[in-house]
Design a protein around this ligand. Sequence first.
Ligand code: ATP
Ligand code: MG
Length: 466
Amino acid sequence: MITKFIKRILRRDPMVKHTQANNTGAPKRISKKSHRIDPHLLSKNAVKVTDTLQQAGYEAFIVGGAVRDLALGISPKDFDVATNATPDQVQKLFRKARLIGRRFQIVHVTFFGKGHPEIIEVSTFRALLDNAGDHVAESGRILRDNVWGSQGEDAARRDFTINAMYYDPSSETVLDYHGGMADMQKKTLRMIGDPAKRYREDPVRMLRAVRFAAKTGFDLDSATRAPIAKLGKLLNDVPSARLFDEILKLLMSGYSWAAIQGLKEAGLHHGLLPLLDHILDDGEASKGANSFVKLALANTDQRIQSGKSVSAGFLFATLLWPDLLKNWKANIAKGVANIPALHDAMDDTIATQSSGMTIQRRFESDMREIWSMQPRFERRVGRYPYRLIESPRFRAGYDFMLLRCATGELNPAIGQWWTDFIEADTVGQDELMASVKNESGNNASPTKRRRRRKPKAALPPEGASS
Ligand code: ATP
Ligand code: MG
C-alpha cells in the first residue's frame, strides 16, 4: 500500500502537479450562435495550419489577440496558432516552417501568395512555471519558457482574460478558460491570476495593459490597475530591446495618442521615455511640443487605421523633435552656427533618450537624416532644392516638414511651395525658383543658379577601340 503510494508520488511529473495546484479547470465552450465570429475575417492560411495539425492528430486552435479581435468584429492583423504538437512536430508538417527563439521557442509557418508573405506563428501549449527553479529570476521574472503543458495551463499563463480564448475554425467553437467573453461584454481588461505576481513575472505586461486598454477602449479592472503604480519601476529591469519592441507596438497600435495618455495615467512614462516626460507635462512651456507630437501621432494613427505603413524612424523623429528644437535653439544662443548647432543638438537629444530606452541604430540613422534635411527646406536657392528632392529619404523629410507647417512652427507657404515644386515639370520648377527670388526682393539667392553642365563626351574605356 505504502510502496504503491510512494510510486505514485514519484511518477507524478511536476507539470501535472501544477495543473492540479492551479486548478485550471474546464473551459466554457462557446458556440457560433453566442460568439458570432465571422469566418470571413479568418486568414485562410491560419485555417490551413489548424486543419493540417488536426488532420495529423494534434489539437490546434487560433488563439490570443486574433480571437479577441475576431470577437470584437475587427479583422486581426496577424494570427497565432496554439497546439499540443511540439515545435519539431509542427516543423515536419509544413514546407516553409522555421524554428524561432530560444527563451520562447515557436515555429513560423510562411505562406507566399499575392502581396506580402503571411507568417502564422505556431506555439506549443506551455506549462505554468511556478517554482520552476532556474526558469525564474529572483525578482520573479520568467527567464526561459519552453516547458510544454496542457491547454488549460497554456491559457493560465497568458496575460488577459480576453487574450486567453481558443477558436477552432473547424467546429467554429471558442474555448474560454477565464471568462474572456464575459469580460468582453463588460468591456473590461482583466489580468489572469494575481496581477501583482503576473507583473513581477513579466513587467512588460504593464505596458500591454495600457496598450490593449487604448486599442479596445476597455477599462482596466481595478485589481489589474492597482499594482501598476508600485511596480512600474520594474520596467527598468527589462532588457532595452524588449522594451523598445513593446513601445513600438504601442506607438504603432493605431491608438498611440490614447496609449500615451494611458501611460501617463498609469505613471509609466517617467524614465521609460524621457522624451515623454516633458511632452506629457501639462505646463505652459510644453504646449507647442504637445501640439506637434499630438498631430504627429494623430497622423500616424490615421495612417495605421487605414492600413498604410509608418516608419518607426519617422515616428521617433517626431517624438524627439520638440527636445531637439530646444537643444538646437540653445546651441545657437551660445553662438554656434546653425548647422553645427543642429548636429550637436541631435547628439544630445539621442544621448538623453538612450539613458532611458535605446532606439535601434537603423531607426536612429533615419531620424538623423530626416532632421538634418529640415534646414535644407528653407534654402530655396541655387541648386539646393533640385538636389534635396533627389535624396533617397526626401519623402520622409518632406512629410516631416509638412507637420512642422501644420503646427505653425514653419511658414505654411514653404510647405505649399515644396508641394508645388514636387508636382511641377522643369519649367514649372524654374518658375517656382524665380518666385522665391521675387518674394524676397530679388536678392534671396547668394549663389547664382548654375545649370548642370552637359557632361563632356566620355572618354572611351581603356583599351576600347572606336
Ligand atoms: P496584437 O494585436 O498586438 O498582436 P496580441 O494579443 O496578439 O495583440 P501578441 O504580442 O501577438 O499580442 O501575443 C499573442 C498572445 O500571446 C497574447 O494574446 C497573449 O495571450 C500571449 N502573450 C503575449 N505576450 C504575453 C506576455 N507578456 N505575458 C503573457 N501572455 C502573453
Ligand atoms: Mg498578435
